[in-house]
Design a protein around this ligand. Structure first.
Ligand SMILES: Nc1ncnc2c1ncn2[C@@H]1O[C@H](COP(=O)(O)OP(=O)(O)OP(=O)(O)O)[C@@H](O)[C@H]1O
Length: 253
């Protein structure tokens, strides 16, 4: 396996502050000089106390948050590409082909049925619509979403039902990198176990995963490495909590 395939994402010296424009442009530093890599076939977990910057790192990698400094280098179309300096069109191509993202909350769109929401990312990757819908149905059934809901838009679904549509969507599409922002937060134990299986299947297919999991059992079941974000934290609260974060180790392989 070439380096590009075995290490599809490199986060190098990444820093981020928020500027609060409505509060006299006060600058709030969050993380500084974040360094880690993702390896194919492994699940890395961002660890550290609340507010330390875990979601911000995930959002910088997905291009939702601007990165102030450093490089986020991703394998894309046979080359390594820096997402920090990439133009918006390239970022959209990377999202379609290289980096998948299961967010905590589903962004439901009016009138689009759950089955199509789940199938959509696969269709965008070039899969036939009928085949994508059929795979979406299989995945929604596996996640115990009642069939009577499949043709309804998920806007009125419960939190756990919406999360399962989101999970189906994210796990169906075939990205070499998959970001997971608390995908099990609203799920019961049975569905959590299914998501653990899905993550293990992605690992065995060689996907590089990066996730945030507050549930310790899920984390223990799937984590190959823990990236302790408190090492990079800049906020005053995080600094105070740093010493209390002994729970997190840099490696749990
Ligand atoms: N859009 C934003 N604007 C301003 N500040 C933000 C924004 N997003 C995050 N922050 C701040 O950045 C810091 C890190 O937040 P982040 O959500 O990344 O932490 P986290 O480790 O994921 O926390 P949690 O475990 O509670 O979800 C927090 O102090 C938060 O208030």
């Amino acid at each position: 396996m070439s380096n590009i395939q075995s290490t599809p994402l490199i986060v190098s010296d990444v820093s981020k502050s928020f500027v609060m424009h409505l509060r006299g442009s006060v600058n709030i530093p969050v993380v500084s000089r974040v360094n880690f890599v993702l390896n194919a076939g492994e699940c890395s977990v961002l660890g550290g106390p609340s507010g330390v910057g875990k979601s911000s790192i995930l959002k910088m990698i997905y291009g939702n948050y601007k990165t102030d400094q450093g490089q986020i280098v991703v394998a894309h179309r046979g080359k390594m590409l820096d997402l920090v300096t990439a133009d918006p069109r390239t970022i959209l191509a990377v999202r379609r082909e290289a980096i998948g993202y299961v967010s905590q909350f589903l962004r439901a769109r009016p009138r689009v049925p759950a089955l199509d929401v789940a199938a959509e990312a696969l269709v965008e990757q070039g899969e036939d619509v009928a085949v994508s819908r059929q795979k979406a149905g299989t995945m929604l059934a596996r996640l115990n979403l009642p069939e009577k809901l499949w043709q309804l838009p998920p806007a009125t679904f419960s939190g756990g039902e919406q999360q399962r549509v989101n999970i189906a969507r994210g796990f169906l599409s075939e990205h070499p990198i998959l970001l997971l922002d608390e995908p099990t937060a609203s799920l019961d134990a049975d569905n959590r176990a299914i998501v653990i299986d899905l993550i293990r299947e992605k690992k065995s297919e060689g996907v590089a995963l990066l996730g945030i999991f507050h549930d310790g059992d899920v984390r223990d079941a799937i984590a190959d490495k823990i990236v302790d974000v408190s090492r990079f934290a800049k906020s005053a609260d995080s600094q105070r909590e740093k010493d209390g974060a002994k729970l997190y180790h840099s490696d749990v392989a």
